[in-house]
Design a protein around this ligand. Structure first.
Ligand code: GLC
Length: 528
């Protein structure tokens, strides 16, 4: 059986504002990414996914797009984009773009036309509704950043819907003209050579036709973000969304070898529907379950088994540990378990997506109140929902601003950036960077990891052990989720030895019937 490139690949997410600044404005850009391609080759990832780079007023840092077919001058130009694609492809790296179809910026010409008058041909491209009888919003839907999801337009005396900021009005995907226009946007980038797209908030694209009120969420507390006050059963994940996804898939299939990835925050049983009927939906509906699962061996074992069992036949799995919207993995589980997490991510069955900077073990970065940038943090202060701590600049070396820029960066570096950077850590065989690279290289060299099956070997409250197996080739992974040493009796009859320890040592050590693991240690074991 032949495999698609995205099945054996590791994807590396780049938040472009924070990867590498090439023009000294303190914000990363496309030329910066291009200058760092050799690092990505060295690291041994196969594809990069770049968060939005389109012209934008940056209310939501590029997720509010004012022109789908240009590059914001902060990031470069179409020329710098073409050059990036060309050089990446010359180095065998794939490039995936963020496609943001659910909403535009308020500054997009489509919305400017739509709000001109109720008779404008673009009126129905967005979601306009009359006020409720009391003059209030048409229903109780809440914005993901807090407050009503409806904003009154005094000029035309109707409300428009926005699942996110008022500056991000939702497009009406029930309108065939919207579909056709957005398909053209996809073709524009596919023709330019992008290898696929990550579709922003895919599960939001279609809303209930009757705009019914969402019911309350009994589990909500005052310490939770307001969006969780209601269950989003009418505003998201509507049955018709699957037709929209398969429409996008058809566009991708006009080209060869392009991948369709969907951002979908839903429980496993609903998530897997996004593979589509006959697998004609998203190739990879992003699996975010690790972001929310308690960090213990039993919870993770249960999650893997549930996910594996829920996958449709021949649906290809994938795993994500962190991204630009969630706390970094090292912030969530601590620096020691971040290494175990890296071993988990890179030894599971299915395409891993690695978030830039996680290979350096960047943890929580404190953002002083007057440096807060994220609109969500500004709308709902005090809840800890701010996303800036996960978006701080990549740290390359010991020079000023860690080699990210010649100018003060738009978000702060970690306090320990003089030691926590690529230059220092790539020379240290015990660093997390070295570990991540060893795991990536091992994964590339062993089909049992990239393609083989997954089987739980044993699990108790502390240790999770599984095997990956392709034909006769077997790899074993044993992860200690605790801060105490553990013993594991290996149910392995053949002669085996350690290939990788998360500590960077013990390589080649033979293993008897009992294996001792240090506190927070993960081991990858191969046949001797
Ligand atoms: C997605 C993006 C997030 C953005 C939101 C609105 O969830 O990942 O960063 O704020 O969509 O576009």
């Amino acid at each position: 059986m032949t495999h698609k490139w995205w099945e054996t690949a590791t994807i590396y997410q780049i938040y472009p504002r924070s990867f590498q600044d090439s023009n000294g404005d303190g914000i990363g850009d496309l030329d910066g990414i291009r200058q760092r391609l050799d690092y990505l080759l060295w690291l041994s990832v196969d594809a990069i996914w770049i968060s939005p780079i389109y012209p934008s007023p940056m209310h939501d840092f590029g997720y509010d797009v004012a022109d789908f077919c240009r590059i914001d001058p902060i990031f470069g130009s179409l020329e710098s984009f073409d050059r990036l694609i060309e050089e990446a492809h010359a180095k065998q790296l794939k490039v995936i773009l963020d496609f943001v179809p659910n909403h535009t910026s308020i500054a997009h010409p489509w919305f400017e036309a739509s709000r001109q008058s109720r008779a404008d041909p673009k009126r129905d491209w967005y979601i306009w509704r009359d006020a409720a009888p009391d003059g209030g919003p048409p229903n109780n839907w809440i914005s993901n950043f807090g407050g009503s999801a409806w904003t009154w337009d005094a000029g035309t005396e109707q409300y428009y819907y926005h699942a996110y900021l008022a500056e991000q009005p939702d497009l009406n995907w029930r309108n065939p003209n919207v579909q056709a226009a957005m398909h053209e946007v996809l073709r524009f980038w596919l023709r330019r050579g992008v290898d696929g797209v990550r579709v922003d908030v895919m599960w939001h694209l279609i809303k209930d036709e009757k705009f019914r009120d969402n019911p309350p969420n009994p589990a909500w507390t005052k310490n939770d973000p307001e969006i969780d006050r209601l269950l989003q059963i009418y505003s998201t994940d509507q049955p018709e969304v699957h037709d929209v996804v398969s429409g996008m898939r058809k566009v991708l299939e006009e080209f060869e070898n392009r991948v369709l990835i969907g951002e979908i925050y839903l429980p496993v049983e609903k998530l897997v529907a996004y593979y589509g009927r006959n697998l004609k939906g998203a190739h990879l509906p992003f699996n975010f379950q690790l972001l929310n699962t308690a960090w213990t061996a039993p919870h993770i074992a249960d999650l893997i088994e549930t996910y594996e069992a829920a996958l449709p036949e021949r649906g290809w799995p994938n795993w994500v540990l962190s991204n630009h919207d969630r706390a970094r993995i090292a912030a969530r589980v601590g620096p020691e378990q971040a290494r175990v997490a890296a071993m988990l991510l890179l030894t599971l069955r299915g395409t891993p997506t690695l978030y830039y900077g996680d290979e350096l073990g960047i943890g929580h970065v404190e953002i002083a109140p007057n440096f807060v940038r994220d609109p969500w943090a500004k709308h709902e202060p005090g809840l800890g929902v701010g996303r800036d701590p996960a978006r701080t600049p990549m740290q390359w070396g010991a020079s000023a601003y860690a080699g990210f820029s010649k100018h003060e960066p738009w978000l702060p570096l970690t306090p320990d950036h003089e030691a926590r950077n690529v230059a220092v850590m790539s020379d240290d065989k015990t660093s997390i960077l070295f570990l991540v690279r060893s795991l990536l290289k091992f994964r590339r060299e062993h089909e049992s990891l990239s393609l083989g099956g997954w089987r739980l070997l044993s699990q108790n409250s502390d240790v999770l052990a599984y095997e990956r197996c392709n034909g006769n080739n077997r790899i074993f992974v044993v992860l200690n989720f605790t801060a105490n040493p553990q013993a594991w009796s290996a149910p392995i009859s053949t002669k085996v030895r350690i290939a990788i320890s998360t500590f960077g040592d013990r390589r080649g050590e033979p293993i008897g019937s009992t294996l001792s693991l240090r506190a927070n240690e993960g081991l990858l074991i191969e046949a001797a």
